[in-house]
Design a protein around this ligand. Sequence first.
Ligand code: HEC
Ligand code: HEC
Length: 247
Amino acid sequence: MKSRRALALGLLTLLAILLMAGCADPRPIAHLTAPTPIPLKAEPTATLLPVLVEAQEAAKAAAQAPAGEEALPVPPQRPSAEDGAMAFAQNCVVCHGEDGKGVIPDTPDFTAPDLFRERAPAELFLSVSKGKGTMPPWESSLDEQTRWNVVFYALDFAVSEEALQRGKDVYTTHCVVCHGEDGKGLLEDTPDFTSPEFVATTRLVDLFQSVTDGKGTMPPWKGQLTEEDRWAVLTFIRTMGYDSLHK
Ligand code: HEC
Ligand code: HEC
């Protein structure tokens, strides 16, 4: 409302300026009589409304989706850590090491869980594709699916067989009833854990929050599962979306 009034005021001011400019110039006086102000007054509402509605919808969408989510890329196919092994050995080991712990300054330790909990795989895919810091971009030397596979090969370093087994047990006991044995979901709202979109664009820290506090019709699990069990089950859920070397 406020901005509509501001615009109307602005238009009136503009009109006044035009009128004054018109007065200085003797020629257009004839055009300055009655008809002009009326359509102009009515116009702002008509042209401004769609703009306002659009802006409101954009603001609503931005409030719903975490920043940047819509722009995150999705793998063409299910990522495979195994298929990324060769590309990792040939292109990445020189800086990240065979064990993924990093051999040059600034390289993150791939065996520590933090990086892969806090960032969506798609965000790491973008870093690998475009380059980051002293890491060169790979988008011209590795094809799209290979870049996804090698990112999942990297994040597979942080997956331990022990956590995976524990996560599987938790999942079978507490989650199967709604999410299904295969993770595709049995209820209307349950996400498909096996879809490339889910595995690539979600951040484990966000999922941890949902599992801890509940989301929609899903109950909170903080009272029933330890923090370690909640992380373990999320590790297991993520491996439903790609081929892990630990399974
Ligand atoms: C020349 C050395 C070098 C090579 C080769 C290299 N990296 Fe990196 N990589 C780095 C450095 C340095 C960083 C840390 C960048 C930063 O945070 O400033 C990094 C960061 C990363 C990250 C974390 C990105 C992020 O957004 O935090 C991933 C994932 C990664 N590299 C994967 C790969 C993969 C996969 C390959 C092979 C295709 C590769 N790297 C090859 C040096 C390298
Ligand atoms: C009673 C049914 C039910 C059970 C049991 C259940 N969930 Fe869910 N879960 C849901 C529903 C419904 C959603 C979708 C919520 C939404 O988006 O509104 C969901 C969503 C999720 C999500 C996605 C959250 C997000 O932020 O997108 C994760 C991860 C998840 N569940 C994990 C688990 C785990 C782990 C367990 C077992 C410990 C579990 N769920 C048990 C019903 C259930």
